[in-house]
Design a protein around this ligand. Structure first.
Ligand code: CA
Ligand code: CA
Length: 145
């Protein structure tokens, strides 16, 4: 499956809107990246994509990447060092579990939107939204091969 066809156009917009909404609660910046196949260990690869997308270029180092490969249905959610230095080790677990619950039912869009909403809610505690917020990273989904 091509990464582009995993989500329909309205679904892609729904994901982007979910990101916009979540970023009104937190200064954290959330991105979604979809590829067709993940050829290495998913966390390692997500970390690579994070750098490729230059997601470390946020003021508070609070970017969050949700990575998903369409064919093998691997996914990962990782945060930048600013987040990792503040949050408990199990910070992403609830988000990952919720995402997996939807993915198992084949609801990719809902899984992503739910994960984005929960991430925003959780991040808010450590990185509250600021009135002079800048949208530091694009909310559009990025696609790889
Ligand atoms: Ca922002
Ligand atoms: Ca953003």
């Amino acid at each position: 499956m091509s990464a582009y066809t995993l989500l329909s156009d309205p679904e892609q917009r729904a994901v982007e809107e979910a990101i916009g909404k979540a970023e009104l609660r937190t200064s954290g910046e959330i991105r979604v990246h979809i590829e067709s196949k993940c050829r290495e260990q998913v966390l390692d690869h997500a970390a690579y994509v994070f750098t490729e997308l230059e997601m470390e270029k946020t003021k508070d180092r609070n970017g969050v990447l949700i990575y998903l490969s369409a064919d093998d249905r691997k996914f990962a959610i990782i945060g930048d060092v600013g987040i990792n230095s503040k949050v408990p080790k199990d910070f992403w677990e609830a988000t990952r579990d919720e995402m997996l619950k939807h993915f198992k039912k084949g609801d990719i869009c809902e899984g992503l939107c739910a994960a984005i909403a929960i991430s925003g809610e959780h991040l808010r505690e450590y990185f509250p939204y600021e009135s002079d917020d800048v949208d530091e990273l694009p909310n559009e989904i990025s696609f790889g091969k």
